[in-house]
Design a binder for this molecule. Structure first.
Ligand SMILES: N[C@@H](CCC(=O)N[C@@H](CS)C(=O)NCC(=O)O)C(=O)O
Length: 217
């Protein structure tokens, strides 16, 4: 059994999508980010960076791991699923996982900060992050032009990128004209495991956003 400490965010979904897709048994501990529970000392003891997601694997001496990319690699190795056995292919999966960790995730995260959360609108910051997100989406789109998934079969690299790309509307980034990206996104959306993973610890519905004073475009 694994305990997943998480919240309904793209990085959180990366862990729950992986767990659902790999059919690994787990329990969920919801960390309420609005209440600042990620900053409490019990959580800091799990992750000194005060960020979700975190897992504890009770079948492996309560081994505790943070960083969503590291968690996905750990779960893929544990389950033997969604990470190719062939070394070169495996490194390519890592490449696209790192592309999400260092590119899509931080850029969309900053787009959200400047486009959604800041009281003061700073147009240069907003356009900087929107342009960079769009550029990264175009990289994915070109790569997906002649392949179904990022590397051969569906892998943790697809799950990781999808968990962020699917929130493009919230970040205010257009996917207009990126038909390969749209096809890939829709094909992952159609997977029941991926869908279930995005409902952990609960599904963000428009009412939830409204309560937080936000709207989904
Ligand atoms: N690099 C980390 C980033 C994790 C992260 O930024 N998590 C966000 C939610 S998506 C969080 O915990 N935010 C809480 C805060 O900013 O205080 C990962 O990939 O796991």
């Amino acid at each position: 059994m694994i305990t997943l400490y998480t919240a309904p965010t793209p990085n959180g979904w990366k862990a729950s999508v992986a767990l659902e897709e790999m059919q690994l048994p787990y329990q969920v501990h919801h960390v309420d980010l609005h209440k600042g529970q990620q900053k409490e000392s019990w959580f800091k003891a799990l992750n000194p960076n005060n960020r979700i997601p975190v897992i504890t694997d009770h079948e492996n001496d309560d081994f505790t791991l943070a960083e969503s990319g590291a968690i996905m690699l750990y779960l893929a190795e544990k389950s033997g699923k969604f990470l190719p056995a062939d070394a070169k292919k495996r490194h390519q999966v890592t490449q696209w996982l790192m592309f999400q960790m260092s590119g899509i995730g931080p850029m969309m995260g900053q787009a959200n900060v400047f486009y959604r959360y800041m009281d003061e609108a700073i147009p240069t910051a907003i356009s900087r992050y929107h342009n960079e997100c769009r550029r990264l989406f175009e990289v994915l789109d070109s790569h997906l032009a002649d392949r179904e998934f990022l590397v051969d079969d569906y892998s943790i690299a697809d799950m990781a990128n999808w968990c962020w790309v699917r929130t493009y509307k919230w970040s205010g980034v257009s996917i207009e004209g990126l038909e390969h990206l749209r096809r890939w996104k829709n094909s992952i959306e159609a997977r029941s495991g991926a869908r279930r993973g995005t409902e952990i610890p609960y599904k963000i519905v428009p009412e939830t956003l409204q309560k937080a004073g936000k709207t989904l475009i």
